[in-house]
Design a binder for this molecule. Structure first.
Ligand SMILES: [Zn+2]
Length: 296
C-alpha cells in the first residue's frame, strides 16, 4: 500500500466521525436486485451497466431481465459475478402472458439445466389481478426451483403477509426471496414470515423514499421497528438497487427507462441505512447473505 493510499484512508477515518456513510461507501456490495430490460438499452447499454456496477464496487449481483436472455448478455459482458435469474417474461410483453405459456417452463428447465441461470424470477403477483400463486405455470417453475435447488425471487403486492406466508410454508425446501419486503408491508408482517419460514430472504430493494419507502427515517437510517427486526434475523436480509424508474412517473410508459442513471442515488441510500448497523450485520446484508443464498 502506498503512502498516499494510507493518507487517504486516514483522512476518511477522520471524516467518518462526522459522515458515517462516507467511509464505507466503496465497500464491496452484493446488489441482489437489478434489472436490465429491453426498454433500458436506449439509455444504458450492457457495457454501460457493467461499468456502473464496477465503479460502485459491486462484486456480485442478481439480474433479472425482460426478455430474460438480456440477463445472459450482461453476464457475458461483465463476468461470472453477474448472476442471471430466469425471468418467465421471455418476450418484451411477457409479463402479460407468461402464466398461460408452457413454453416458459420448457425454457426455464433448459436454462437451469445448462447452467445459464442460477435462480428464477422476478415473478410478480398483484393483488386483484391474474395470475394467482396457484397458477399451474408458476407451480411448475417452483418444482424446477426445487429440482435444481435454486432460489426464486417473488414479488407480491398485497396488504398483508398471508399469500407469501402460505407459499413459503408450503414449500419449505425452496429458497424464496421476498422482493421489496412485500412493498408496503410492515415489520410485524415480515416478522411473522421470518419466524415461521427458514427458507426466506427479505429483500429491501425499492424500499427507498422515491418508490415504496416505509423503512427509513429522514436521514435514511432504518426506522426503529425495522432495525429491531433486522437485528433479530441478521442472516435473512438482503438488498439491491432495483434500477427501474418508470414506476415513479405514472403516464410515461412509452419512454425508455432511465433507472440506471439513478444508480448512484439508490446505492447511496442503501449504504446509508446499512452503515448505521453493527459492523457484522452490515457485512452480512451487504455481502454474505447473498453469497449464502446463492450457494447450492
Ligand atoms: Zn424488481
Amino acid at each position: 500500500m502506498t503512502l498516499l493510499k494510507l493518507n487517504i484512508i486516514f483522512l476518511f477515518s477522520i471524516f467518518s466521525t462526522f459522515y458515517a456513510n462516507m467511509v464505507f461507501a466503496y465497500d464491496i456490495f452484493a446488489d441482489s436486485h437489478i434489472h436490465f430490460n429491453w426498454d433500458q438499452v436506449e439509455e444504458t447499454s450492457a457495457q454501460d451497466a457493467v461499468n456502473i456496477l464496477k465503479q460502485a464496487n459491486v462484486g456480485l449481483t442478481i439480474v433479472s431481465s425482460t426478455p430474460t436472455d438480456m440477463a445472459l448478455e450482461l453476464r457475458q459482458k461483465g463476468g461470472d459475478w453477474i448472476v442471471p435469474f430466469f425471468s418467465p417474461y421471455i418476450h418484451v410483453l411477457g409479463k402479460r402472458d407468461w402464466f398461460r405459456k408452457s413454453e416458459v417452463v420448457k425454457k426455464a428447465e433448459q436454462g437451469l439445466k445448462s447452467g445459464q441461470y442460477f435462480g428464477i424470477g422476478e415473478v410478480h403477483f398483484m393483488d386483484g389481478f391474474h395470475p394467482k400463486t396457484d397458477n399451474t405455470i408458476f407451480l411448475q417453475l417452483l418444482q424446477l426451483a426445487k429440482k435444481y435447488s435454486v432460489p426464486v425471487l417473488i414479488h407480491i403486492d398485497s396488504s398483508n403477509e398471508t399469500t407469501f406466508l402460505n407459499l413459503c410454508l408450503k414449500n419449505p425446501d425452496i429458497k424464496m426471496i421476498f422482493a421489496h419486503a412485500g412493498g408496503v408491508l410492515k415489520p410485524a408482517h415480515i416478522g411473522k414470515i421470518l419466524s415461521q419460514c427458514e427458507n426466506v430472504w427479505i429483500d429491501f430493494a425499492a424500499r427507498d423514499p422515491w418508490r415504496y419507502g416505509g423503512i427509513s427515517k429522514e436521514d435514511h437510517t432504518l426506522l426503529p421497528e425495522w432495525k429491531k427486526l433486522v437485528l433479530r434475523f441478521p442472516d435473512q436480509f438482503i438488498t439491491g438497487t432495483d434500477p427501474v424508474w418508470k414506476v415513479t412517473r405514472g403516464q410515461t410508459w412509452d419512454l425508455p427507462d432511465e433507472g440506471w442513471k439513478k444508480y448512484g442515488q439508490l446505492l447511496d441510500y442503501h449504504w446509508a441505512w446499512m452503515n448505521d448497523l453493527p459492523e457484522d450485520v452490515r457485512r452480512k446484508i451487504s455481502w454474505e447473505n447473498t453469497k449464502a443464498l446463492l450457494k447450492k
